[in-house]
Design a protein around this ligand. Structure first.
Ligand code: BQF
Length: 283
């Protein structure tokens, strides 16, 4: 039976470090501010935004919440972003996704000042990740890297298999693993013989968005299994992309859902916001 990697505990540790750093910066007269913009009333997004505000409070950041109605136009949202770009009290800007259908996400992301883009979604920051010279690490992949470190495994030379190729997780995750000298394979819905690929993984990252998609018999004995999935079942319970019961029997280490990658995503967002404050201050 595998070791269960406690993301909640690790995230608490990361946030405590940030709290101390924030305290020190405050003594030097530097305050850290994060703006969180949410458009509409998607219940999941509201939970995520609340988690982010709570984390800001825990670490001692000022948080500025902009809750805009679902009818907000693209132009109105762009104006909010532009205002935040100029606001000296705001170091990090985060626009909660998904946005309502009548607003083009790319247009909004492109409008965020790259040095305040704590989600690392702006093409400038995406490009920096590709070349391995970056300020902001995308929050979820960064959280995954922390949990892999916590499992005690060294990525170098390991077979890393990512299931899922999104711009938010799969693709940047591949880069981060590659930078640590992993041998990286990205699988997706068109991949043939998926189980053959996943069974080869020393490190398996599941980010497909399908509940219980990865079963125990698709996992190599002793592998580190990182479950990025946050799926809400009919009974409102959270469930990952990995079938935990069968997987934990074969895995060497495994993250639970909830309490695995999710809390780490939030902690890494806080880390990026400190980075933004330091970046912004020198200009
Ligand atoms: C936990 C997210 C999909 C699409 C957009 C803690 C979060 C989730 C779970 C959380 C997520 C997922 C966030 C747990 C933020 C992670 O205890 O397991 C925290 O708040 N997340 C988001 O902002 O946008 C998403 C998933």
């Amino acid at each position: 039976m595998g070791q269960i990697i406690d993301g909640k505990a690790v995230s608490a540790k990361v946030k405590e470090e940030i709290r101390l750093e924030t305290e020190k910066l405050k003594e030097q007269g530097i305050e850290i501010g994060l703006a969180v913009v949410i458009v509409g009333d998607d219940p999941a997004s509201q939970v995520y935004v609340r988690n982010k505000e709570k984390a800001c409070e825990t670490v001692g950041f000022n948080s500025f919440k902009y809750a805009l109605p679902a009818e907000t136009t693209e132009e109105e949202l762009l104006n909010v972003v532009k205002e935040l770009n100029e606001d000296k009290n705001v170091n990090g800007i985060l626009v909660q996704l998904p946005l309502p259908k009548h607003i083009d996400e790319k247009t909004i992301i492109n409008a965020i000042a790259p040095n305040k883009d704590v989600d690392a979604f702006h093409p400038v920051n995406v490009g920096k990740i590709m070349v391995g010279n970056y300020d902001f690490v995308p929050c979820t992949p960064a959280g995954v890297m922390e949990l892999i470190k916590e499992s005690g495994i060294d990525v170098s030379g390991k077979e890393c298999v990512i299931v899922g190729r999104s711009n938010i997780v799969g693709k940047p995750q591949a880069m981060l693993l590659l930078h640590q000298n992993g041998t990286v394979t990205i699988c997706h819905s068109k991949t043939k013989n998926l189980a053959e690929k996943t069974k080869n993984a020393d490190i398996l990252v599941a980010a497909v968005g399908i509940p219980n998609f990865i079963k125990g018999d698709m996992i190599k004995e002793g592998a580190v299994v990182i479950d990025v999935g946050i799926n809400r079942l009919e009974n409102k319970k959270l469930c990952g992309d990995v079938e935990f019961e069968s997987a934990e029997k074969v895995a060497g280490a495994i993250t639970p859902v909830p309490g695995g990658v999710g809390p780490m995503t939030i902690a890494m967002l806080m880390k990026n916001t400190v980075k933004a404050a330091i970046l912004n201050k020198s200009k």
